[in-house]
Write a protein that binds this ligand. Sequence first.
Ligand SMILES: CC(C)(COP(=O)(O)OP(=O)(O)OC[C@H]1O[C@@H](n2cnc3c(N)ncnc32)[C@H](O)[C@@H]1OP(=O)(O)O)[C@@H](O)C(=O)NCCC(=O)NCCS
Length: 181
Amino acid sequence: MSATSLMQRPEQAPPKRVLVRLAARGDVQAINDIYNHYVPDSTCTYQEEPEPMALRQQWFANHGHEHPVTVAQLDGRVVGWASLSPYHPRSAYRHTVENSVYIHPDYHRRGIGSLLLADLIARAREIGHRAIIAAIDSEQGPSLALHAKHGFKETGHLTQVGFKCGRWLDVIYMELLLTSS
Ligand SMILES: CC(C)(COP(=O)(O)OP(=O)(O)OC[C@H]1O[C@@H](n2cnc3c(N)ncnc32)[C@H](O)[C@@H]1OP(=O)(O)O)[C@@H](O)C(=O)NCCC(=O)NCCS
């Protein structure tokens, strides 16, 4: 499943090799640093205080085979990550997962988010999950577009359920069904 891909954006010269692979314990600091960059000022996460490393390590340990965490590596550096997490603790939701994708701010718009999400969807299919849910703040145009590009459909809009950066925030639910039957 791990994929090495050549990015094909013409504006990136020369193209560099990005490796998408399962995350290892040694990646957890980079994962947390990328995530925490967005915590204070971005509505892409509704978390308002930095994630402590101890909790991130626990989060990583809780992600077993059915809930993979992946990283994108460029020139030996982790520049983005993605994950599948349980959508809801009630047992009947067990075939549904929620996804996350975070790219280091210096590496946006190079196709890395797309690589990570495509890989994550392939993994979800292989594992046998039925549906992937993305809960996305309505201001997050790049994330909405990324998920739409990969086949996610808008299935819900929650009005003013978050308050961050001094304003009320809406959440859009997008869903990708992994089977047509
Ligand atoms: C959303 C995010 C993951 C996109 O990653 P990225 O590597 O920059 O995206 P890519 O270069 O792979 O772009 C893939 C698609 O995403 C969409 N996209 C990405 N950035 C965009 C932007 N600034 N404006 C509009 N669409 C954008 C486009 O559909 C793009 O496809 P295209 O190039 O054919 O138009 C990245 O902006 C990010 O980490 N944002 C902060 C965290 C976040 O919002 N994560 C999602 C929450 S789960």
